[in-house]
Design a protein around this ligand. Structure first.
Ligand SMILES: N[C@@H](CCC(=O)N[C@@H](CS)C(=O)NCC(=O)O)C(=O)O
Length: 220
């Protein structure tokens, strides 16, 4: 079993990177510098037909799409229990949440960050405005899901849905309505950010701007 993750700091690879750390499996991480356009280099296009991040090369086979990769890793590592068992109520909830995040939240984020690149510059502001409204309504929905005080998004235990949701919530941090402005989400984010694997992930990707506050005396 071998894993090579092509990633860019804070990008859609983040959830997969986090999951690999939680699993504690050996993997190699290869940086693709999006700002320098490395996702369009002939080397990268040899592993990724779409030229998008992430790609996870599993036993020499390149695989894409962050949500699919999380589900695939959960399938390959069933002992981790990062996806609920088939034919359970939690499985139905998990499938619904994974598809909601991939199908409603992720495309809106793409609209927010890539409106000028994917569309044309003249309509970019309109697309971004629409995306921001969609993202706000998604965060309202996720806050309602968390309203019963559950510690994780699905089934009272950590799952791939949490890796994906936290990554997406982080992307709202510089908008007028960051995800953490909703109380249930803010508590959820604090809980998940305290995980050692998340702290390790941020250290490895050089991300310093979305960590829990460390008290002045240094004891958490
Ligand atoms: N649906 C894809 C989205 C991937 C995606 O849009 N990745 C961005 C980084 S967050 C990317 O590759 N951007 C570079 C580009 O589009 O040129 C997934 O979830 O893997």
């Amino acid at each position: 079993m071998s894993y090579v993750l092509y990633y860019s700091p804070g990008a859609a690879s983040m959830a997969v990177h986090w999951m690999l750390l939680e699993l504690g499996v050996p993997f190699e991480a290869k940086l693709v510098d999006i700002k320098a356009g490395a996702q369009r280099s002939p080397e990268y296009l040899r592993v990724s037909r779409s030229g998008r991040i992430p790609t996870l090369v599993i036993d020499d086979v390149p695989c894409g799409e962050s949500t699919a990769l999380l589900m695939l890793l959960a399938e390959r590592h069933p002992d981790s229990k990062l996806a609920p068992e088939p034919n359970t109520r939690e499985r139905a909830e998990w499938l619904e949440m994974m598809v909601y995040l991939a199908n409603s939240v992720l495309p809106a984020m793409r609209g927010l960050f890539y409106a000028d690149k994917d569309g044309d510059a003249q309509s970019a502001d309109v697309i971004k405005g629409f995306a921001l409204k969609q993202i706000k309504s998604c965060m309202e929905h996720l806050d309602r899901v968390l309203d019963d005080g559950r510690p994780y998004l699905v089934g009272n235990r950590l799952s791939t849905a949490d890796f994906l949701a936290i990554m997406l919530m982080r992307w709202t941090r510089n908008t007028a309505n960051p995800a953490t402005s909703w109380t249930n989400i803010a508590n959820y984010v604090q809980r998940l950010r305290a995980r050692p694997a998340f702290i390790e992930l941020c250290a490895r990707e050089g991300l310093k701007d979305w960590l829990n506050e460390v008290p002045a005396h240094g004891i958490i």
